[in-house]
Structure formats: C-alpha cells, structure tokens
Design a protein around this ligand. Structure first.
Ligand code: NAD
Ligand code: DAU
Length: 365
C-alpha cells in the first residue's frame, strides 16, 4: 500500500510547517504540492527573496488563509525563534540556500553564511522549541540536500548511496556538506528528529534561468548561443521536481529521524545529449525560433573550474523502505518543462535583469 492509500485510511493530524526558501524553485513547487495535498495544514514560508527568490512563484496561494509569507533571513535567530513560537511549528522543511555552483566559485561567502550558519541557526532554534515542548515524537526537521556532497564519479563507479563518503568539490557542495553534518549531529547528540535527503538535479517549472535547462530553453527563444562547458560529456541524473516533492512528502510522513534518503530520477544523461534533446523539443514546440534548427546555437565554452564529471543516485533505500520512486521520464518531463517556459514568458522575462546580465557576463565572457 503506498502512502496516499494509507493516508486515506488513517486519521492524519494537521501539521504546522515552516518552509524555508519556499519562494525558490524547489521550495515553491513543494509549497504548491503541500497546499494541494493537505489544505488543512498551516504553511509558513520564510524566504529572504534573494535574486533566486520570487513571490510570483507562490501566486494564487498567498491569498489562502493557511499560507503566510514572511520575508526574512534564516540567519536571523530572533525572527526564527519568534516564528516557531508564534505559529507553533512542528515541521521544518528547509530548502533555503545559495544553490548555484558557478556563483559559489565567483563568491563563496554567501554560501557559507546561508548554507552553514543559516542551517545552524534553524537547527538551534528548532532544538530549543522541541526540547521546551517535551520532545514531541511527531516533530520533524527535513534538511533538503544534494548529491553533490558525495563528489564526482567516473563512468564505471557505482551510484552514490547513503553510505558513500562525503567528498564535496565546490564551495557550494562543501557548504551543503557542512549543513548535512550539523543536521546529523543534532540527531546524534540531542535526539532532534532531523532527516536528511540528498537528491540529484531537479528540473521543472519556476527553475531560475541561470541553471542548465532553463538557460538553454531561454537562450533558444532569444536566439542566443548555448554555452556547453568543456567537452559536454559530464553526466547528471535529472529528477522532475514534482517527483522530488512527492518524495519529500513521503519522507516527512514515513521517514525515520536520524536517517538519510537519497532521491534520484533514474535519468543519467550527458550534458551535450541533454542540450540536443532540448533543441529537438524546441524545434518542434516553439514556432518562429529566431535561429532554427536550434542546434546551430550550441557553443563549447571554457569548463567550470573543478567541474564534477558524473553524479548518479542509488535510490534503493527510499524505494524499499518508503515505497517511493520517480514516475516521470526525462522525455516527458522535458516536454512539460519546455511547454511551461513557452507559456510563462511573463515569469522569466523580468528575471533577465541588469543584475542577471552582469552575472552572465562574468561567467560566460
Ligand atoms: P533556489 O536557489 O531556487 O532557491 C533558494 C531560495 O532560498 C530562494 O527563494 C532564496 O530567496 C532563499 N534564500 C536564500 N538565502 C536565504 C536566506 N539567508 N534566508 C532565507 N531565504 C534564503 O534553490 P533550489 O534549486 O530551489 O534548491 C532548494 C534546496 O534544494 C537547496 O537547499 C539546494 O541545495 C537543494 N537542492 C537543489 C537541487 C536542484 O537541482 N535545484 C538539487 C539537490 C538539492
Ligand atoms: O546535483 C544537484 C545539484 O544540481 C544541486 O545541488 C544544485 O543546487 C543545482 O544547481 C544543480 O547543480 P549543477 O551544477 O549540476 O547544475 P547546473 O544546472 O548549473 O549544471 C548542470 C550541468 O550543466 C553541469 O555539468 C554544468 C553544465 N552547464 C551548466 C550551465 C549553467 C553547462 O554546460 N553550461 C551552462 O551554461
């Protein structure tokens, strides 16, 4: 019996969630998922609205009584304490982070601050609340992390599993590794019911234009070159964001405190092959492209420093223990994603701001 079947047979206690980074890409998809599945739950979004945060991602939900949006910083201990008390939070879903590897190479400071110090601030505040309430059994702190903490695989290596040693290679992944270790330590030292998830590359609606898939879609629509780093043979495993949100839902409800779950899409693909697939779909779905066929725009550019060669996830544990597996194929998920970018120009056009152009120049000039 899967979780949704069990859910309909049992009485579920409403939860009071704090979703950090809920105006970002995965966080906002998660908020949409949660509000749809559990309309009786209280959802408080805490987001600093950095360049990557966008209130538009929550449009339509904010008017609902059970969602509260708070613009604020996860490093602000006073604010976090107040929200946990005021809203009687029992569940934290922690997405807030600086998330882009290229930006971490240009300037690591913000990554250490938000990803390490911010995660620590949340854990400390949550520990205090949980202890003051008499350590309730149903409290959860979900720490959303990445497969990048495990480092880089060569072509024949087995996929990352939950016991793979950490070997982060970028300032981004090192900062995420630091926060994972803190979440783990809070369970082992204090018994705080933390759970860590490490997942592969997400894609889907509300993905900020700087990341590979939206960047390629948008550049094709603008007739701009498609920058492929190095030889384009690096491999990533792609997970449709809706599948990820379902996995996190299952982990919150059925996951064991103190455990780690790897979440993957079973979709390993070389970057260059992925870019070709995007071009094919764009040629088919977008009429009047400025440059067609879009493949002509592919350009090899200087490689990312320290570029990890391959990521792959062994998701056996979450499948066998929690009965979750991804349902979206890469072809199906890409088609849906491209259709979304085609119908939501109003969402992405304003994001190509002067600030974004300055960033783009720095990385690609
Ligand atoms: P994102 O960059 O799209 O969103 C991050 C959000 O966090 C933004 O809304 C931003 O405003 C907010 N934020 C940043 N600093 C903050 C601070 N100090 N206080 C409060 N809010 C702050 O990121 P994403 O791609 O949605 O990733 C979400 C989480 O999932 C991250 O922890 C990331 O490491 C992890 N993750 C992402 C992927 C992926 O493919 N995108 C894969 C694995 C894990
Ligand atoms: O694996 C999970 C991680 O996936 C998350 O933890 C990160 O938050 C998320 O940003 C993502 O990291 P990547 O570095 O893998 O994603 P990105 O979209 O930046 O790049 C994907 C691949 O494409 C990577 O091998 C680099 C390459 N690339 C990327 C860009 C932006 C290019 O070749 N050209 C580009 O312009």
């Amino acid at each position: 019996m899967n979780y949704s079947e069990q859910k309909s047979l049992t009485t579920r206690q409403p939860r009071q969630l704090l979703v950090t980074g809920g105006a970002g890409f995965i966080g906002s998809n998660f908020v949409h998922h949660w509000c749809e599945q559990y309309p009786g739950d209280r959802v408080v979004v805490l987001d600093a609205l950095t360049y990557a945060g966008n209130r538009q991602n929550l449009a339509g939900l904010e008017e609902k009584a059970n969602l509260r949006f708070v613009q604020g910083d996860i490093c602000d201990r006073v604010l976090v304490d107040r929200l946990l008390q005021e809203e009687n939070i029992d569940t934290v879903a922690h997405f807030a982070a600086e998330s882009h590897v290229d930006r971490s190479i240009l300037g690591p400071d913000a990554f250490i601050r938000t990803n390490v110090v911010g995660s620590f601030t949340l854990l400390e505040s949550f520990r205090q609340k949980w202890q003051n309430q008499g350590q309730p059994r149903d409290y959860r702190f979900l720490h959303v992390s990445t497969d990048e903490v495990y480092g880089s695989l060569s072509a024949d290596d087995p996929a990352f599993c939950e016991t793979t040693p950490y070997a982060p290679n970028s300032p981004y992944s090192a900062s995420k590794a630091g926060s994972d270790h803190l979440a783990r330590a809070y369970y082992h030292t204090y018994g705080v019911p933390t759970i860590i998830t490490n997942c592969s590359n997400n894609y889907g609606p509300y993905h900020f234009p700087e990341k590979l898939i939206p960047l390629m879609c948008i550049n094709i629509l603008l007739g701009k070159s498609l920058p492929v780093y190095g030889d384009g043979q690096n491999i990533r495993d792609w997970l449709y964001v809706g599948d990820h949100c379902r996995a996190l839902d299952v982990v919150i409800h059925k996951g064991q405190p103190g455990e780690t779950y790897n979440i993957g899409g079973n979709n390993e693909v070389k970057n260059l092959d992925l870019v070709h697939q995007i071009c094919e779909l764009m040629n088919e779905l977008a009429p009047d492209l400025p440059v067609a066929p879009a493949q002509q725009l592919i350009t090899f550019v200087k490689d990312r420093p320290g570029h990890d060669r391959r990521y792959a996830i062994d998701a056996t544990k979450i499948k066998t223990e929690l009965d979750w597996e991804p349902t979206e194929t890469l072809a199906g998920g890409l088609r849906k994603t491209i259709e979304w970018y085609l119908s939501n120009r109003d969402w992405w056009q304003p994001l190509l701001s002067q600030e974004y152009q300055a960033y783009y120049q720095k990385v690609y000039a």
